[in-house]
Design a protein around this ligand. Structure first.
Ligand code: 1GP
Length: 241
């Protein structure tokens, strides 16, 4: 079975999924083994790997080392076509549907296509929607796009539905890494109810309670970056999911 089939099966069974996002720029290779132990002890079902500036040779080594001791699927979450490694299992092929920068809608994808054709990576088409979160985030700065108004759920839904109609396999509602405000729960619920494909939510989720509320609102998979990066005992220190 593919990564995508497993996500779909989990959605059907109402089994919630959790991805830990690792930023290769911030990982200290010396402490990688203990970090992998923490990932294995956590309730995570997926490892996402991505960052703003990544050298692919670092990426290869990092993924090889993670795969030695971690059985979770490794999914690339790239910011740029240079961030592709054939050692991962899959890649979120993101189109930034909230923005109007052609590079992030299609241009990078055209550059990535011949590279991806030479890999075994499972390619998962993902409609990526950036939601306003209180301050400028890295996604906004690097993509040079504006996030969608957090008080306009209709526009967010229509964007997600257009992505679904264009063939996205997943919708990812993103507040941005380290966001002050996560995606509003009502917005998660409104979008989840009105699309058929699995819904990913991330950015600014820093408590187990917030993860649980995102699930209850309809998120199928929650992405945790900063909270785990700051405290590798984040999941253990609190009540198990
Ligand atoms: C960022 O959604 C992810 O792309 C995770 O965000 O670092 O705020 O958890 P955090």
């Amino acid at each position: 079975t593919t990564i995508y089939q497993e996500i779909q099966a989990a959605k059907m069974a109402n089994k919630k999924l959790l991805a830990i996002l690792l930023d290769p720029d911030k990982i200290v290779l010396e402490s990688l083994d203990s970090l992998i132990v923490k990932i294995n002890q956590s309730p995570a079902t997926h490892v996402f790997i991505g960052g703003s500036q990544v050298e692919s040779n670092i990426l290869d080594d990092l993924i090889i080392r993670i795969k030695q001791n971690c059985v979770l699927p490794i999914v690339l979450f790239p910011g740029h076509p240079s961030q592709i490694s054939n050692h991962a299992d899959g890649i979120l092929f993101l189109s930034l549907l909230s923005g109007r920068n052609p590079d992030y809608l299609i241009e990078h994808h055209i550059k990535a296509a011949p590279i991806l054709k030479k890999t075994q990576l499972e390619i998962i088409s993902t409609g990526y929607i950036l939601i306003e979160s209180g301050c400028e985030t890295a996604v906004e700065r690097i993509s040079q796009t504006r996030p969608l108004d957090r008080n306009n759920p209709e526009l967010v839904l229509h964007t997600a539905q257009a992505g679904e109609m264009l063939g996205s396999q997943l919708i990812y509602l993103e507040a941005g890494s380290g966001a002050k405000q996560a995606v509003p729960l009502k917005m998660i619920a409104f979008v989840a109810k009105n699309i058929q494909i699995p819904l990913l939510v991330g950015g600014g989720i820093i408590t187990l309670e917030a993860i649980e509320k995102a699930y209850q609102s309809g998120a199928d998979l929650v992405v945790i970056g900063t909270a785990f990066e700051k405290d590798a005992d984040f999941f253990n220190a609190q009540i198990k999911l």
